[in-house]
Design a protein around this ligand. Structure first.
Ligand SMILES: O=C[C@H](O)COP(=O)(O)O
Length: 277
């Protein structure tokens, strides 16, 4: 059975700083070959986005063509000027990127990114026509209620500058509990379901940011999407997508989960509302 309408699951991968340029090119070619023949992408069950290092963006764009959205791991708060070492959203968009990561836990923890900077970067993405992959999450393991409160506050804070400037667009909220990043395993399925379910409800109420979505990241890998599919719009992968075959397995899961929800008649309610895919 094929899935009609908007892609049901966003499957994102960030390479962080793990790969050399040569390794990135090799990975992109292998994953593009998988994506080109995978029914999940052909049927609209999944949409892939790939975030390599800045220098490998043109090669990733070449390797994937229309098979995946390509993005950057960070962007400047500014669009041009005397900001040595920075890369603007304008240039990222000019290259053909469609998404950009903002506020990843590692940038907050290692590079001092504050809520104010995250909000400025989210706005820089939106005003340049890029979908921010807005990374949020509680720093320490806590109750789901506390995590939900913390995460909703982070989403609202990140969107504040754009609201004031009147900029809107699709925001891909990547819920990544900091304690689950770089860990042996993800947060438990029940924990993810509860937090992502509440976040999804909140994000769907943000009428200034239509088509927005909530995906889970933090040691995600094969086997996870199948058990959290009812509560998320996708997953965000790091280390456990380094093997291209792992990504194939996750696309298999996306196809199966999308077909099950279509058979159960829940696709219309679960599917992220999309306009620019
Ligand atoms: O950007 C991706 C996330 O931080 C997850 O990374 P990880 O799966 O290697 O923990």
């Amino acid at each position: 059975m094929s899935v009609s309408g908007s892609p049901r699951f966003l499957i994102g991968v960030s390479h962080k700083m793990y790969f050399s340029h040569a390794k990135t090119v090799d990975w992109c070619r292998k994953v593009a070959a998988i994506a080109g023949e995978h029914p999940a992408l052909a049927d609209g069950a999944a949409e892939l986005f790939v975030i390599p290092s800045y220098l490998s963006i043109p090669a990733a764009l070449d390797a994937f063509g229309p098979l995946a959205l390509v993005g950057a791991q960070d962007l400047s708060t500014e669009d041009s000027g005397a900001y040595t070492g920075e890369v603007s959203g304008a240039e990222i968009a000019e290259l053909g990127c469609r998404v950009v990561e903002v506020g990843h836990a590692e940038r907050r923890r290692l590079f001092g990114e504050t809520e104010t900077i995250v909000a400025a970067k989210t706005d820089a993405a939106l005003r340049n026509g890029l979908d921010p992959v807005l990374c949020i999450g509680e720093t320490v393991r806590t109750t789901t209620d506390a995590a939900i409160g913390d995460c909703i506050a982070q989403v609202n804070s990140a969107l504040d500058a754009s609201r004031q400037a009147g900029h809107s667009g699709r925001v891909i909220v990547a819920y990544e509990p900091h304690w689950a990043i770089g860990a042996p395993e993800p947060a438990s399925p029940d924990y993810i379901r509860e937090v992502c379910g509440a976040l999804r409800e909140h994000v769907r109420s943000l009428t200034d940011f239509p088509d927005s979505a909530v995906i889970y990241g933090g040691s995600a890998g094969p086997g996870l999407l199948s058990v959290i599919a009812d509560s998320v719009d996708g997953i965000f992968l790091g280390r456990f997508a380094h093997d291209p075959d792992a990504l194939r397995a996750i696309l298999d899961e996306a196809a199966e989960a999308a077909n099950s929800s279509a058979s159960a008649g829940t696709l219309g309610t679960d599917a992220p509302r999309r306009s620019n895919a």
